[in-house]
Ligand binder design. Sequence first.
Ligand code: PCA
Length: 215
Amino acid sequence: MPTVLLTGFEPFGGDATNPSQDIVRALDGRTIAGHRVAGRVLPCVFGKSVRELRRWLRRERPLLVICLGVAAGRGAITPERVAINLDDARMPDNAGEQPVDRPIARGGPAAYFSTLPVKGIVAALARRGLPAAVSHTAGTFVCNHVFYSLMRTLARRRGRAGAVRGGFIHVPAADTAGGSRPGLALAEQIAGIEIAIRTSLRLRRDARHRGGEIA
Ligand code: PCA
């Protein structure tokens, strides 16, 4: 059965949990539209996260890759459109590393675009009543680092291994921390990511609607 690689992150910044890790564990081993989901958790560490991602790419040989991370200030599921060639950490990663103004790949392009149907995913989520929006920045911390490295790896392989599509989705916190921030219940997040996988498998080309609004 063809494989979809779905990654999440371990908790970071002193948090006890990370919803992206819980989503990945919940969907690991599931069959979605005739594809096996391989759910793997990455360390929230600049260098090591990418080494582990590449190892899973080699082992699982997925035809679709979706990486997840939490963006605790956001209230919606946000497929990321663009990964930029920059590490600029606002806090240390889980190994104590805090790169500032550093390119991810020296000599690499400034950015890569997601090859997921980001607007199609947003429209599909909205149809199910889930909060969703396209995002144009994945930040400059470990999530963007993994997203950029994923897109670079897939772009450089294209032709050899066929076009493997991939991208990144940020999810909200799973609770509202007593009303002090937006949040979305974990069950809804899991349902949302299942929809994102289905939509990515179904749509070869992205949906088009104006300004990221939902048509
Ligand atoms: N979110 C962080 C890194 C890991 C995660 O889940 C980020 O947005 O960069």
